[in-house]
Write a protein that binds this ligand. Structure first.
Ligand code: MLT
Length: 266
């Protein structure tokens, strides 16, 4: 589809109440395959876009901000005539979800019916994180993403996944390898510039499910606890033998948590 500033690729499958699935970095909408199927089978419409610069979503700018990614998602929802949806974001997708909550506070009905935050973190980037992200952006621009993939996998996946789920490992590897270096660099810079969402947590007034992978080395269960304490109406679930890509690693458990949660929302 065409939007004013970017070409946005997305899946829009099934019918029923809408659930928008926002992927992490450096991934794409294909990471939600199992969730899309399960949501559809349980009477939900699932919309999964590729975020700015990632997957099939081409973007030539130097920085893809979380704010712009959220505006792209809002424009897509308008295009698809979706007033309200459960917004589910994993990691970078959770930053975009926080932006969606913040951007349209006075809209009635709110675009965000409920939130699912997986592998999430509310705190913003400090100086060291910003520097490291800029170095990573430069590295990926000069060398491509392939030299970095094998070193990323042990951070992204739980030991059990690495040892026992070769199909998941292969899917994650292929997904990362498909990432356009310019999009990867732009997203790194966008994440470096992201807001600190800690102060926004007490304003979140929609039902919220927080999911953490017990073995997540990127966004630890402590990050999830922090969000849980900040959001009044929230529930926290920690999945065993799951790392950062918990929805792919333990898809049956993740699907059940997600679907039980959305089924309870009236
Ligand atoms: C992600 O999975 O989206 C990234 O790990 C997010 C980040 O680097 O902060």
């Amino acid at each position: 589809m065409s939007l004013s500033t970017i070409e946005m690729a997305y899946d829009d499958l099934g019918s029923g109440p809408a659930v928008v699935l926002l992927h992490g970095y450096p991934f794409d909408r294909s990471m939600w395959r199992e969730q899309i199927d399960f949501l559809n089978a349980n009477g939900f419409r699932a919309i999964a876009p590729d975020l700015r610069g990632l997957g099939e979503n081409r973007f030539d700018g130097e920085i893809a901000t979380m704010d712009n990614m959220a505006r792209d998602v809002a424009a897509l929802m308008d295009e698809l005539r979706i007033d309200q949806a459960v917004i589910s974001g994993l990691s970078m997708g959770s930053y975009v979800a926080f932006e969606l909550v913040r951007l349209f506070p006075s809209r009635v009905p709110s675009r965000v019916r409920a939130l699912v935050l997986a592998g999430a973190r509310a705190q913003g980037a400090d100086e060291a994180e910003r520097k490291s992200r800029e170095e990573k952006a430069q590295d990926v621009l000069s060398s491509g993403i392939a030299p970095f993939v094998e070193a990323m996998l042990p951070d992204l996946l739980a030991p059990k996944t690495l040892a026992e789920k070769p199909a998941v490992v292969a899917r994650v590897r292929e997904m990362i390898l498909r990432t356009d270096p310019r999009g990867a660099a732009a997203a790194q810079r966008g994440m470096a510039a992201r807001r600190d969402y800690s102060g926004d947590l007490s304003d979140v007034n929609v039902p919220t499910l927080i999911i953490a992978g017990r073995e997540d080395a990127v966004r630890k269960p402590d990050d999830a606890e922090f969000i849980h304490h900040g959001i009044r109406n929230s529930r926290l679930e920690v999945i065993d033998d799951a790392g950062h890509l918990m929805n792919m690693e333990q898809s049956e458990i993740f699907n059940r948590l997600l679907t039980d949660f959305v089924e309870l929302i009236d």
